[in-house]
Ligand binder design. Structure first.
Ligand code: ATP
Ligand code: SF4
Ligand code: MG
Length: 389
């Protein structure tokens, strides 16, 4: 099995090992076809770390989330939380897991009970898990939590119902209900995608602050690579149920190796840097998870495959995630004049100077060498990553 334990000393908080999630389509001409939404995904997450899972719609992000939180039975692989498999947990342990792993979904309205005030929403989290102590102690905790997520004055906000809050306030309330339980892991599945751009920065800032203040680990799921760069320590790029590239946010965004990542990076909106950016527009839609192309699943859309005159290997041989090697990500400035996330804060504007994909010596490393990169280290699933410079 893949080594998914390499996030530093001791076992990682979360280790996902060769996870597979399949569905069976029920209706339509493809009835009873297998949908392989997650097709062998491995990664790990350390304490206090933020890992972003990035990929376009339908690539399997939410299916990964649901399997980790045991909202969906995986069809294969393992999810280890603090070194222990989450499968077959007995009632008590499962209850504890439901407290230690909190999921924040994209639509706060759907997550909130319209009949509960903000106060009752947060209190309910405590009551369900028999936490919070006396009524007075609970009250103190609830109000402090509302303040901590930026819902002030807490006393006044506490009396409001969800429809009396703004979108950003509603998402803050969902986060308060999750954080009041003191989880070790928060999984945020597109937490800002339904919010106005003006509200996004505040929620992202809040998540970073909560990580800093409480040491919580965050799995941040997004289709927006520029948001990933703003919040994440590491980034995993998902394509059609697989991680095709993983590494530090800097490695993946400033020196992307996989042609898919390069295409994503090339269209990130960046402030004017004076550098000419070549936008890589992928042909066609992502294929359906019920009909994954053979060989490298990306080959029908891959610009590098075409540039290399369609090598047979891409059609016949499914590339595994492999270490990109120490030199593969090149010097930090492999992209031109990158200054890191724009404005340093989560302004939502994304990385300055991510650079045109394909610029710089990014693909110099021996892709294919070394162990599968499920832990730390820059890893890529492409036979020809080294040619991609
Ligand atoms: N319950 C289900 N039954 C059948 N197919 C499903 C089910 N849930 C998801 N799928 C399919 O599995 C694939 C992955 O879906 P998933 O929701 O995990 O993707 P996603 O990356 O979260 O997409 P989005 O960005 O749109 O939220 C898609 O092809 C989707 O249609
Ligand atoms: S193996 Fe690499 S070059 Fe070949 S199709 Fe896949 S991503 Fe493209
Ligand atoms: Mg989703």
């Amino acid at each position: 099995m893949t080594d998914v334990t390499a996030t530093g000393p001791g076992p990682p908080l979360l280790a996902v090992d060769e996870l597979v999630v399949q569905y069976r389509s029920r209706r339509g001409p493809r009835a009873r076809r297998q949908i392989r939404a997650v097709d062998g995904v491995s990664f790990s997450l350390g304490t206090g770390e933020i890992l972003a899972l990035v990929g376009e719609s339908g690539c399997g992000k939410t299916s990964i989330v649901r399997a980790i939180a045991r909202l969906q039975e995986p069809s294969g692989g393992r999810v280890l939380f603090r070194g222990r498999s989450v499968a077959h947990l007995k009632r008590r342990a499962l209850r504890r897991l439901r407290r230690d792993i909190q999921v924040v979904f994209q639509d706060p309205f759907e997550s909130l009970d319209p009949r509960l005030t903000a106060y009752d929403t947060v209190q309910e989290s405590l009551l369900v898990h028999k936490l919070g102590g006396t009524r007075a102690a609970r009250r103190e905790q609830v109000l402090a939590m509302l303040e901590q997520v930026g819902l002030h004055p807490a006393e006044a906000i506490a009396r409001r119902y969800p429809h009396q809050l703004s979108g950003g306030q509603r998402q803050r309330l969902v986060i308060a209900g999750a954080m009041v339980l003191g989880p070790d892991l928060v999984i945020a599945d597109e937490p800002v995608s339904m919010l106005d751009v003006s509200l996004r920065a505040g929620i992202l800032r809040l998540m970073l602050d909560l990580r800093d203040a409480r040491g919580v680990s965050i799995l941040f799921v997004t289709h927006d690579l520029s948001l990933a760069w703003v919040v994440a320590d590491r980034v995993a790029v998902v394509y059609l149920g697989r991680i095709v590239e993983i590494g530090t946010a800097d490695e993946v965004i400033r020196a992307p190796l996989h042609p898919y990542t390069r295409a994503l990076v090339s269209v990130i909106p960046v402030p004017e840097t004076g550098v000419r950016r070549e936008r890589i527009l992928l042909r066609g839609e992502a294929p359906s998870a019920s009909r994954i192309p053979g060989g490298c699943r990306f080959h029908p859309r891959c610009p590098l495959y075409r540039r290399l005159d369609e090598p047979e290997r891409c059609r016949t041989d499914d590339p595994a995630l492999a270490s990109a090697g120490p030199s593969a990500s090149g010097p930090a400035g492999a992209g031109p004049a990158g200054a890191g996330p724009a404005g340093a804060g989560p302004a939502g504007a994304g990385p300055a100077g991510a650079g045109p994909a394909g610029a710089g010596p990014a693909g110099a490393g021996p892709a294919g060498a070394g162990p599968a990169g499920a832990g730390h280290g820059h890893a890529v699933a492409c036979h020809f990553a080294r040619e991609n410079s």
